[in-house]
Design a protein around this ligand. Structure first.
Ligand SMILES: Cc1ncc(COP(=O)(O)O)c(C=O)c1O
Length: 447
């Protein structure tokens, strides 16, 4: 499904209650709430309670890769309602077994065992528990700028935000610098990463280690950290560092799996197969589903050591049924190929905007995951988060939902990631709003 439809009478717009009224009973959790309530979502489009149309350039929270409320997802939910929604955690159901087999069929033989959970944080938690039990060690190396989730273990290896004010983080958690060639973290190279940061990072890891190095956990393309694309050869070099130290390599593909970058999994483009792979956001197509995937050897070793990771919604049939529909649609609609074609169209449009607006310092990414770095000037590359936030708000007023990431870390970056079903017309309309919003705000003067 590529066309977006307007709200029907059954979802007739209702007036939004006063914002201060509806905020009164909510906890603020770190993101500004959008000013309007959203009543309906289809494809790339959202409608607020007054019927105003908004183009979604964020795929919800990066999950709705098929577009919002894809008919096949709705059909899968109905099918699950006719079957089973939720079961005792020790019970398996046909959709869960089928999903484990479908994943095994599209993954290499060393990634044949899946555990189905609800969120990305949980999947990373399980990955860390497997890695620790398997190696008998506890130190975990992450990357600056990473986001792995809000549960304790995942948050312990999340470095882009949220570390201050919560007391001690996980014992043994350490970070190597992200290979960000636009802002070289070791102030060594510019625009072309020569991987000095990787060597420096591991020198520091070795110096700090208590001799218990268990795992490295990374995003193969760092998203919340500013859409950082590591240089060619980075992951084989990282894998070698792991092998030299007997560490397990975990790839967190919450955002990069299932088509956005043109392949089912981004690791396929890196020349490295991880020991443990975590999947979340894009697997459920908008419903909460995550998977931790590993080898027979690690799964069996951990089983023999009494591995425990039971949650209330482990192996639930409803999201598994939906994930099967997600996999079907990606294949049938050739969304991997589509992401490359539409991504090129999006990137070309962004590059035209870069020629016009000095605030755009860099454009990077591929497929339908594009990062637009906002700078005070192109020489100093100082982030201009305040003007970026003002333009983001103006976009929303004009009918375009945008997300600014990495603020407060090294940069201010629009992460532009519409659903894989986005049309060229929707991309063009979104880019035109972005152009107008930038023109207006910059004419008013930077924030
Ligand atoms: C790469 C990555 N991993 C894990 C997570 C955490 O997923 P969840 O919010 O579903 O726990 C996120 C969330 O943004 C993410 O971007």
């Amino acid at each position: 499904m590529t066309a977006s439809t307007k709200p029907t009478a059954s979802a007739a717009p209702r007036p939004a209650t006063d914002r201060y009224e509806w905020e009164k009973n909510l906890i603020h959790y770190g993101m500004q709430f959008s000013p309007q309530l959203i009543a309906k979502a289809r494809g790339t489009m959202l409608w607020d309670t007054s019927g105003k149309e908004i183009i979604d350039f964020t795929s919800g929270q990066m999950c709705s890769t098929l577009g919002h409320n894809h008919p096949r997802i709705v059909e899968a939910i109905r099918k699950a309602c006719d079957g089973a929604l939720h079961l005792f955690s020790g019970m398996m159901s046909p959709p869960v077994i089928e999903l484990s087999q479908r994943l095994a069929a599209i993954l290499p033989p060393t990634l044949s065992r899946s555990l189905f959970l609800s969120t990305g944080g949980e999947a990373n938690e399980a990955a860390l528990r497997l890695a620790k039990l398997h190696t008998g060690r506890y130190e975990v190396v992450g990357m600056t700028g990473s986001w792995h989730g809000m549960t304790a273990g995942a948050a312990g290896s999340t470095y882009v935000a949220g570390r201050k004010g919560y007391g001690p983080q996980q014992p043994g958690a350490m970070a190597i610098p992200a290979p960000n060639s636009y802002h070289c973290p070791v102030q060594h190279c510019r625009d072309k990463c020569d991987m000095t940061c990787l060597n420096v990072g591991f020198d520091l890891v070795d110096a700090q280690s208590a001799g218990s190095l268990a795992a490295v956990m990374v995003e193969p393309l760092q998203s919340s950290g500013g859409v950082i694309v590591p240089p060619e050869g980075y992951f084989p070099a990282l894998k070698k560092k792991c092998e030299e130290r007997g560490m397990v390599l975990i790839f967190d593909e919450a955002q990069t799996a299932f088509g956005r970058l043109g392949t089912n999994f981004l690791f396929e483009q890196t020349g490295v197969t991880p020991d443990i792979l975590t999947l979340s956001k894009t697997l459920g197509g908008g419903l909460p589903l995550a998977a931790t995937v590993t080898s027979d050897a690690i799964a069996e070793d951990c089983r023999s050591k009494g591995f425990l990771h039971v949650t209330s919604h482990v192996s639930d049939p409803l999201p598994a049924q939906v994930a099967l529909a997600v996999l079907d649609v990606i294949e049938e609609e050739k969304l991997n190929d589509r992401a490359i074609v539409m991504g090129k169209h999006l990137q070309d449009g962004l590059q035209s905007l870069q020629q016009k607006h000095e605030i755009i310092g860099d454009i990077r990414g591929y497929g339908l995951l594009q990062g637009v770095e906002l700078v005070k000037d192109r020489h100093s590359r100082q982030p201009d988060a305040a003007t970026g936030a003002k333009i983001t708000r103006r976009c929303m007023e004009m009918g375009l939902s945008m997300n600014i990431v990495s603020v407060g870390f090294m940069s201010a970056v629009w992460r532009i990631a519409p659903p894989l079903t986005v049309t060229k017309d929707e991309i063009d309309r979104g880019l035109s709003i972005l152009d107008d919003a930038m023109t207006q705000v910059l004419a008013e003067g930077r924030a």
